[in-house]
Design a protein around this ligand. Structure first.
Ligand SMILES: [Zn+2]
Ligand SMILES: [Zn+2]
Length: 226
């Protein structure tokens, strides 16, 4: 599956509209790997005091998948789905390279944002685990949240081969959908007799088609960075 994606550079230079609307299903698969910016609790006293910002939800900013978004330098900071030209916000856009996820951050010309304690260049590629110190001093950590898509195969997947066992995917099975390439791997569980269960996703640590890691548990991923 090819993933359409806007480009930050295009968005800045050509003021391009985000890519056309996608099907809900594709949207869900793409959103199964999502960057979060986690706000360091010790460093965000002012946002913790603000009314309505005391829940765990406010401790993380979710970065939209599939199109550029903007990070405001307000207190507390916000991630907005739209990029407005000429604003003093940072522009964020996730991308993938060789099975790994990265987050591009484009900063306004006047900024004092630091990444891992060094002053950030205007265009920075963030990796999982990186620390971003915003202009106001607030510290954010870059994290990737995995929300595996497991369920009946989508209509476009029916009849296609599972890349592990080569059996065609049928309506009765349960599949894990690779967030990066869209491949469907059998992922049957208690709904099927143990003897007949196809557990292709469970026995693979990486997707045979695109080599990206398979993680069937929802939560933050700690990908090795190199
Ligand atoms: Zn299979
Ligand atoms: Zn894959």
């Amino acid at each position: 599956m090819r993933r359409p994606g806007g480009s930050v550079i295009n968005a800045i230079i050509h003021d391009k509209a985000p890519p056309a609307m996608e099907t809900q299903e594709n949207e869900m698969i793409r959103a199964s790997l999502q960057f979060h910016l986690l706000i360091d609790a010790d460093e965000s006293e002012s946002s913790a005091r603000a009314p309505g910002h005391t829940t765990g939800e406010s401790r993380r900013l979710e970065v939209p998948v599939g199109h550029p978004s903007s990070l405001t330098f307000t207190d507390p900071p916000q991630v907005l789905s739209e990029v407005q030209a000429g604003l003093d916000d940072a522009i964020l856009e996730p991308f993938e390279h060789e099975g790994r996820s990265y987050l591009t951050m484009v900063l306004p010309s006047n900024h004092s944002v630091r990444v891992n304690s060094a002053l950030a260049p205007r265009v920075t590629v963030l990796r999982i685990g990186d620390w971003v110190r915003l202009n106001a001093g607030l510290l954010l950590q870059v994290a990737l949240y995995n929300r595996p898509v497991i369920g009946p195969p989508g209509t476009e997947m029916l009849g296609k081969e599972c890349p592990v066992c080569r059996l065609p995917l049928s309506t009765e099975t349960t599949v894990y959908t690779c967030a990066r390439c869209g491949a469907g791997l059998h992922c049957e569980g208690p709904e099927r007799d143990e003897q007949e269960r196809l557990e292709c996703a469970q026995i693979c640590s990486t997707c045979p088609r695109c080599s990206s890691p398979i993680n069937l548990t929802e939560g933050y991923l700690d990908e090795p960075s190199f």
